[in-house]
Write a protein that binds this ligand. Structure first.
Ligand code: DLL
Length: 444
């Protein structure tokens, strides 16, 4: 009986109504109270925050309303590195019941920690995000985010359990097995990076397995930038609604913001637990409402690792217009990339996801690509490796034509001139987690 009851597709599971539809004024009031508490808590318990507040000449009591946040100093990845591994925890290490870490391409990893209450909040927010994406209690959730130090696997896992779903804890890799279990278990929801989901779809096609079914409805994709072209491709190949999902380990992991299945247009950032700002990454000043810039996040309820004005480096804008789903929380628009991922190709600023928007769905090309940076003499050279679709003409003439065609489109749509290398099917590396979009061969 119980199962039947929790399976009912009722509104009760779609919203944590009180929290998700809270009127704006009440939400701002809640944020003000929690912000003030967080500033006081961080100042009293984390030496790094205290020292930075003191150096900037501000005290927690100077925060009278939300706009005063701009008087407080930023926190950056470097602060975590300097205090490696546990130096920014606001609670005794014994009260930290879990750590995660990001590998970090250079230097030491960044380590993050959670108290029991932090894990509880995380599971709640992840469950909220999954429900917002259209998942329901009783659904089978195939979780192909990596388990381990990466926050994706365990973060999604506990949220799915909290929602009352059946979790299949796959992690990344073993792609043929992923295909078999997706099919045999009749998963309703697939969670993965978009690039890995594409890999799974392609391997399924190669195995002759049809993943589109009346069971599989939703993909919850995030942890890397992706384009609307990629969304269209995933929706078509898997027969699902592809929903964007955002988070980062320094402020929690997944569950910071999630798209709704109603609008599929921007990620509802959970403002009862986070304060979102957009700054100009050069002047570090807040930008006018709606402008595009760097997302900065302050945690409002974290115990183990409160974060004050964390500079995410993610480039986006905030949309406060009402969403047709009825949720009152701000929408973080699609993150196009990180300011440190921006390429400067012959003087033009380009994010890999802009190139992706041209390449995915391009006639005769498979949706895989890599950008190779090399040094030619004193100049940086950029080569774009694209891959032929299995049925496209693969002779020298066909490749040359395709290269010219791609170069022309990129020039006219993005305004940059790129050298194009046309690879054979399967030659561009596939992802099992976060895709490596840029291969940097330049000598340091
Ligand atoms: O990637 C957490 C996560 C797991 C998010 C599963 C979504 C799903 P980190 O490894 O710390 O945490 O990487 C965070 O990934 O600052 C962005 O640059 C990027 N990112 C995450 N989600 C998106 C997204 C997890 N939906 C960094 N779109 C962030 C674009 C994203 N970029």
């Amino acid at each position: 009986m119980e199962v039947a009851e929790t399976n009912v597709d009722s509104d009760a599971f779609m919203f944590d109504r009180d929290a998700e539809t809270m009127p704006r004024a009440a939400l701002s009031e809640l944020q003000s109270v929690r912000l003030r508490q967080t500033l006081e808590y961080a100042y009293a318990n984390v030496a790094q925050h205290k020292n930075k507040f003191d150096a900037a000449g501000v005290k927690p009591a100077d925060c009278k309303d939300l706009a005063d946040i701009e008087r407080f100093p930023f926190t950056e990845k470097g602060d975590l590195r300097e205090n490696y591994p546990f130096g920014m925890f606001a609670v005794p290490r014994e009260n930290v019941v879990r750590v995660h870490a990001s590998s970090g391409t250079t230097g030491k990893p960044t380590v993050v920690g959670y108290t029991r209450r932090d894990l509880d909040t995380w599971a709640d927010l992840m469950a909220r995000s999954l429900a917002c994406a259209g998942a329901r209690p009783g659904d089978i959730i195939h979780n192909a985010y990596g388990y381990g130090l990466f926050t994706g696997g365990l973060g999604v896992h506990y949220g799915a359990e909290r929602l009352g779903c059946t979790v299949v804890p796959m992690s990344g890799g073993g792609t043929e097995r992923q295909v078999l279990l997706l099919k045999d278990f009749r998963a309703n929801v697939i969670c993965a990076t978009p690039s890995y989901a594409l890999n799974i779809a392609e391997v399924a096609a190669g195995m002759g397995v049809e993943l589109r079914s009346d069971a599989l409805r939703i993909g919850v994709f995030g942890a890397e930038p992706w384009s609307d072209a990629m969304r269209a491709s995933l929706q078509q190949r898997l027969g699902i609604k592809a929903i964007d999902h955002y988070g980062l380990s320094e402020v929690q992991g997944p569950g910071v913001g999630g798209e709704c299945d109603v609008a599929q247009a921007g990620l509802h950032g959970w403002e009862d637990h986070f304060l979102f700002e957009i700054i100009d990454p050069k002047t570090l000043r807040p930008l006018p409402a709606g402008d595009t810039g760097e997302l900065v996040i302050t945690t409002l309820t974290k115990q183990a690792l409160p974060m004050i004005r964390y500079r995410t480096r993610d480039i986006t804008r905030l949309d406060r217009s009402p969403c047709p789903c009825g949720r009152s929380h701000v929408r973080i628009m699609r993150v196009t990339g990180r300011d440190d991922d921006m390429l400067i190709i012959r003087g033009v600023n380009v994010y890999p996801s802009q190139l992706e928007a041209v390449l995915v769905g391009f006639p005769g090309l498979a949706p895989h690509y890599q950008i190779v940076l090399a040094r030619e003499g004193a100049l940086d050279a950029i080569k774009l490796e694209v891959e032929l679709a299995p049925d496209a003409p693969a002779d020298a003439e066909g490749r040359e034509r395709k290269a010219q065609d791609v170069a022309t489109h990129i020039k006219s749509l993005i305004g940059v001139t790129c050298e194009i290398a046309v690879k054979s099917p399967g030659e561009v590396p596939r992802s099992e987690g976060k895709a490596v979009r840029v291969r940097d061969l330049r000598k340091k």
